[in-house]
Write a protein that binds this ligand. Structure first.
Ligand code: ASP
Ligand code: MG
Length: 409
C-alpha cells in the first residue's frame, strides 16, 4: 500500500470547520487505498499568540521552557485532527514529535532533525490508522521537547516523507503554488508548474515565504518531490519542487524576489590590508548578526577601501554599534547606514548558460532611473540593492522585461 504524506499549514487547520474539511479529505485519500501520514502546524496564529503570552510572563525565558510552550500549538491541531477523523469513523492517532520518533540535535529553539525512528509510525500504519504528527518539534538525547525553528513544520513533513521513502510530500497551504513573483506586487504573476530545489531554496531564502528553506534542502538531499498546493482548491495542481534535470524548461529567469527586510551599512576609507574584513565580520558573527551581501571597493590610491554590507533590518541597531566600534579601531573615515533599502533578486538555473541576464537587468533598471547601490551574483541569482520605495516598481518592471508574465501554465 502506498504511503502518502500530507502537511497542512496553520491557515489550513485554522478553524474547527477547516479541520473537519481536512479530515474528510484525508479520509477519502485513505479510503482510496493509501496509508496516510499527516503533519500539522499549529492552528492559525497560535504560535505567535503563545509567544505573546510568554512575553507577558518572561521577556527572555530559558529556551527549554520556550520549546515546551510553543510546541503545544501543534499538539492542539494534531489531537483535534485525529478526533475529527475518528468522528468520521476513520481510525487515527495523533503523535508528538517525540512519540513519532523525531530525534533532533540537543539545541533548543532551532535544532536540526537528526533521525526519524519509524517504529511507532509503522506500527500505527500497520494497524490501519491515519497517523497525525505534530510538525515543528522532536526530542533531544535527554528526552526534552525541542523545536526546529519558526516555520519548521514543512521540514518535519519532508523529513518524515524521506524516512518513509514516500515519492512525494504534499504540502497543503493557503496559496496554490509557487509564483514567478509575489502576486500582490505583480498581478500578472504566473504559477510555476515546476521549480528546481536550487531555485526554490534561493527564493525561500530571499523571503518568498511559501516554504521553510530547510525543507527544500532536506528534500533535495533525499530526492523527495514536494508538491506545494492549495488546501482549499485541491483539484488544482500546484507546483512540483524537484531535481532540475527532471524539468523541461530552462528559462534564464524563473522567479523574482523582493526582500524589504534589509538595511545597508558602510565603513568608508578603511585600510586595505589583510585582516580588515576578518575583523569586521568576526565581530558581527560573534554577536550573531547575520550578514548577507558584502561589497568591498578600492580607492585609487590603493591603500584604502570601502566596505559595505547588508543585515536584516531588526539587527541594524546592534550591527551599527559593532560597526562603529570596529570602524573606530580601523580609523574609518565614516560609518554610515541606510534602513530604507531593499533587495531585488532574479533567480534561475538557466542563467549560467545564458550570458547577458545581468546586463539586461541593469539596463531595465537604468531606463527607469532606478539606482543600483550594491550588486551580488551567484550562478543562479543576481541581486541588486536599491531604494526601498522603488522595490515594487523594479519587480514589476523586471517581471515584464524577462517575459515572466507570458510563461506557459
Ligand atoms: N507553528 C510553527 C510556527 O508558526 C511552525 C510552523 O507553522 O511551521 O512557526
Ligand atoms: Mg509555514
Amino acid at each position: 500500500m502506498p504511503t502518502i504524506v500530507h502537511k497542512y499549514g496553520g491557515t489550513s487547520v485554522g478553524t474547527p470547520e477547516k479541520i473537519k474539511a481536512v479530515a474528510e479529505y484525508v479520509k477519502s485519500v485513505r479510503d482510496a487505498g493509501n496509508s496516510v501520514v499527516v503533519i500539522v502546524s499549529a492552528m492559525g496564529h497560535t504560535t505567535d499568540e503563545l509567544i505573546d503570552l510568554m512575553h507577558k510572563i518572561a521577556p527572555n525565558p530559558h529556551p527549554r521552557e520556550y520549546d515546551m510552550l510553543v510546541s503545544t500549538g501543534e499538539q492542539i491541531s494534531a489531537a483535534l485532527l485525529a478526533m475529527a477523523l475518528q468522528e468520521l469513523d476513520c481510525p487515527s492517532v495523533s503523535l508528538t514529535g517525540g512519540q513519532a520518533g523525531v530525534v533532533t540535535e540537543d539545541i533548543y529553539k532551532k535544532a536540526r532533525i537528526k533521525d526519524i525512528k519509524l517504529e511507532r509510525i509503522r506500527k500505527e500504519i500497520k494497524e490501519g490508522k491515519v497517523v497525525v504528527v505534530t510538525g515543528f518539534q522532536g526530542i533531544d538525547s535527554k528526552g526534552d521537547i525541542i523545536t526546529i525553528g519558526r516555520g519548521g513544520s514543512d521540514t518535519s513533513a519532508v523529513a518524515i516523507a524521506a524516512a518513509l521513502k514516500a515519492d512525494v510530500c504534499d504540502i497543503y497551504t493557503d496559496v496554490t503554488g509557487v509564483f514567478t513573483t509575489d502576486p500582490r506586487i505583480v498581478k500578472e504573476a504566473r504559477k510555476l508548474k515546476t521549480i528546481s530545489y536550487e531555485e526554490m531554496l534561493e527564493l525561500a531564502s530571499l523571503g518568498a515565504q511559501v516554504l521553510h528553506p530547510r525543507s527544500v534542502e532536506c528534500a533535495s538531499i533525499y530526492g523527495i518531490k514536494i508538491h506545494l498546493r492549495s488546501s482549499t482548491r485541491r483539484d488544482e495542481t500546484g507546483t512540483i519542487i524537484e531535481e532540475a534535470s527532471k524539468m523541461e524548461n530552462k528559462e534564464a529567469v524563473r522567479g523574482i524576489a523582493l526582500d524589504n527586510n534589509i538595511a545597508r551599512i558602510g565603513l568608508l576609507k578603511i585600510p586595505d590590508r589583510p585582516g580588515t574584513a576578518a575583523k569586521i565580520f568576526g565581530a558581527l558573527a560573534e554577536e550573531k548578526v547575520n550578514v548577507d551581501m558584502i561589497v568591498q571597493s578600492i580607492h585609487s590610491a590603493g591603500t584604502l577601501a570601502d566596505m559595505a554590507f547588508t543585515v536584516e533590518k531588526p539587527d541594524l541597531k546592534k550591527a551599527m554599534e559593532i560597526a562603529k566600534k570596529v570602524g573606530k579601531e580601523l580609523k574609518a573615515e565614516e560609518v554610515i547606514s541606510d534602513p530604507n533599502v531593499c533587495k531585488v533578486s532574479l533567480v534561475g538555473i538557466g542563467m549560467v548558460s545564458q550570458p547577458g541576464t545581468a546586463s539586461k537587468m541593469f539596463d531595465a533598471l537604468a531606463k527607469e532611473k532606478i539606482n543600483i547601490e550594491m550588486i551580488s551574483t551567484s550562478e543562479i541569482k543576481i541581486s541588486c540593492v536599491i531604494k526601498e520605495d522603488e522595490g515594487k516598481k523594479a519587480v514589476q518592471l523586471l517581471h515584464k522585461t524577462f517575459g515572466l508574465d507570458k510563461i506557459p501554465q
